[in-house]
Structures are given as C-alpha cells and as structure tokens.
Design a protein around this ligand. Sequence first.
Ligand code: HEC
Length: 228
Amino acid sequence: MMKWIGILVVSGITFFSSCTHPYEEEVGNTWNVNMSLSFIDPEFWPEGQLLHIGLFEDDDTRNPVAHINLNQPANSSVNASIYEVAEGSYNAQLYLTENGIYKVKVLDLGTYDVYDNINESIENIQLITYDRVQRQVFNNCVVCHGSSAGDIAAGLNLTPDNSYEHLVNVAAFMQPNMVLVYPNGADYSYLLKVLQKEIDFNHPASSSATEADRQLVMDWIEQGALNN
Ligand code: HEC
C-alpha cells in the first residue's frame, strides 16, 4: 500500500514541475494593440500627409517601435490594430508624416503597458487644434518672428506663448485695414494672404510653409480659430 502512495506523490511532483516549466519560455511574447478612434470632423483629414498611430519607447519620435497608417474613414470612426508588439511600456501617439518624414504629433494617446492584448477606444479626436498649428507651422517661423536675438519681424511674435494673442483679431502691420486672423473668415485673414503670397511685399520665407501647412491654417481659421 505505501508503495502505491509513494508512486502517486512522485508522479504528482513531476506533473507540477512540468506545468511550471513552459512559463519561463513566455518571456519575449508579443501582443496586439487594437484601437478604435472616432474623429470630430473627419473631413479635416490631412491632405498630402499621412496619419499614423505609433508606439514609442521614449520621446525619440524618429523611431516608433511599431506603427500603422490610418486611412481616412468613410464615417467618423476607424479601427486599427498593431500586431505582434513586443512586451514593454510604450507612449502611443497619433502623428503625421510628410514625404516619409515625421512632421508633428496630433495627439498623445497615452501610455500602455503591453503585457497582454490591448483594446482601447478613444472618442472625439480633434484633427485640428491650435497646438498642432503652432507646432506644425508657426514653430518654423520663429527665427524671424520671435527669436530672442534681434528684432521681431513686423512686430509679429509667433512663439508658442505669444502667437495666439498676436494673431487673432489683431490688425496687420503691413495692411492695417485687415486683421491677421479673422475667426471663421479665412478670406479676411491677412495671415493666409501672406502664406498664399497674395501680398504686395516680399515676404522672405513664406515658402517655408508647405501646401498642407497652408491648408491646416485655413481649416483652423474656418473652424473658429480656437485656442485649443
Ligand atoms: C527669414 C525671416 C522670416 C521668416 C522665416 C518668416 N517671416 Fe514673416 N515676415 C518677415 C518680415 C521681414 C516681415 C515684414 C516684411 C517687411 O517689413 O517688409 C514679415 C511679415 C509677416 C507677416 C505680416 C505681419 C503683419 O502684421 O503685417 C506675417 C503674417 C508673417 N510674416 C507670417 C509668417 C509666417 C506664418 C511664417 C512662417 C511660416 C513667417 N512669417 C516666416 C520675415 C520672416
């Protein structure tokens, strides 16, 4: 009788140890990150640029660990899955590229600890915000419009903390009967005339704004030039 109990105990130990063994091999697993996004005004989907979801290990925006291109949805919602993401902690970002080069972050989607499949839903994404206009367009202008060294061209300060109050409902220096940004009125906004070169002075670097940048500024003005 004792002999049989002994065999049972021994086979029980063998059974448990063979259960724990495969656990060690789970290191290096990959998981899927599934996101469902819904956009406010999907008609403002960027032209001439690509929108992506990317997972980043740090702030180095040039090297997403994984990313996926988003195509403009027929309605306001889009589902996207990034497959086989290595375990880890990532910052997710909605961002734009132009000609294959990282252009600007549209939205932080949050930090994700990927140790299992992720299913996330993010509602009411604004494709156009003032924050994005600043980073995508005006940050390229501060060499002349706001650099600490020297004069600020035409008195127009386009640095992050100053641009809004220098633009919205402010009379233009070069054309005092027009305002620089007239909310909801792109046709009456002198800023857009400068970007479109419909002006009678020689603006040195308006060409630094691409067609997509001009479109973004126009859409932002037509949406009410909000400070968001
Ligand atoms: C290389 C320097 C330089 C850069 C870069 C530059 N500007 Fe200018 N900008 C000027 C100068 C100089 C004037 C004034 C022209 C004059 O005095 O004849 C001016 C005038 C303007 C005006 C007219 C302001 C007013 O109140 O009449 C606007 C609007 C403007 N710039 C927007 C921009 C934007 C937007 C960018 C970036 C996309 C930009 N500029 C980049 C030099 C620059």
